[in-house]
Design a protein around this ligand. Structure first.
Ligand SMILES: Nc1ncnc2c1ncn2[C@@H]1O[C@H](COP(=O)(O)OP(=O)(O)O)[C@@H](O)[C@H]1O
Ligand SMILES: [Mg+2]
Length: 250
């Protein structure tokens, strides 16, 4: 689970995240939807323990991030929007390095790496250098690393950017399977289609504030009708602001 209460991040006099509260329960895929610059990455980086909040409380799987940072982070997986990968490692070496970071070693490592590479359809490339991988393959490798230590909660920042349809399908399936096993997933996206297709619950963020939260059906109802598509709902909720970036991808 992930529970965030009244989270704030200020950069000087600018407030990037302005009192965000949200909860992701075990087994849920929670979509964090908003236009570019809304504060999604800043929020996710605070939950990942990479950025210190100005104010607010973060609980990860029952551990307060400020009081028990190691326990909180050990139970969390994080897939950043622009991951750094050592290009001169093979897929196997990259995952072995990550396993070491999480204290996974000994006889179970080989099997666990194999399982992750199978899940993300990378097993054939286990001993190939990462520099030869396509964008989608690199993204899948980063996901393999994030799930390696069996986290109970996973943060994913814009996972669908630049993926081909097959890669996107695979990732959607894997996330759903992980959620079905009780993993809580918080996934940011600026595309309505992704939120609508993948998420059990959606929170819409605009200028650092959550302006609406609920199931996709709840959000449709908010805009006045069960038959409505989410696009006009979003337009209505945001007053049409900040949607240039979104228009490109709908
Ligand atoms: N290090 C920083 N210093 C100052 N402003 C920042 C910094 N990082 C992000 N911002 C600003 O905070 C706002 C939210 O950014 P971000 O969280 O990256 O949005 P999103 O991920 O929703 O696109 C943006 O206006 C961005 O320019
Ligand atoms: Mg972002």
């Amino acid at each position: 689970m992930i529970a965030v209460t009244d989270l704030v991040k200020q950069y000087g006099s600018f407030t990037a995240v302005d009192g965000v509260s949200l909860e992701v329960k075990p087994g849920q895929i929670h979509g964090f939807l908003g236009p570019n610059g809304a504060g999604k990455t800043t929020t996710i980086r605070m939950i990942a323990g990479l950025l210190k909040p100005t104010a607010g409380r973060i609980l990860v799987n029952g551990h307060d991030l400020a009081a028990e940072p190691e326990a909180a982070k050990a139970s969390l997986g994080f897939i950043p929007d622009r991951p750094f990968i050592y290009e001169k490692l093979t897929a196997d070496e990259f995952l072995r390095f990550h396993a070491g970071l999480y204290g996974i070693n000994g006889t179970g490592v080989d099997g666990r790496i194999g399982e992750m590479l199978d899940l993300f359809e990378l097993a054939r490339w286990r001993d190939e250098l990462v520099e030869s991988f396509s964008h989608g393959m690199k993204q899948r490798l980063v996901m393999s690393a994030a799930f390696l230590h069996r986290p109970r909660a996973v943060l994913v920042d814009e996972p669908m950017v630049g993926l081909d349809p097959r890669g996107a399908r695979l990732i959607k399936d894997v996330f759903r399977r992980m959620a079905d096993h009780g993993v809580a997933i918080l996934m940011s996206t600026h595309t309505l289609e992704v939120a609508e297709e993948m998420c059990d619950v959606v929170s819409i963020i605009l200028k650092g504030r959550i302006i609406a939260s609920g199931t996709v059906d709840d959000l449709r109802a908010l805009a006045g009708g069960a038959d409505e598509q989410l696009t006009p709902v979003f337009l209505k909720l945001t007053g049409g602001s900040g949607l240039q970036e979104i228009d490109e991808v709908i």
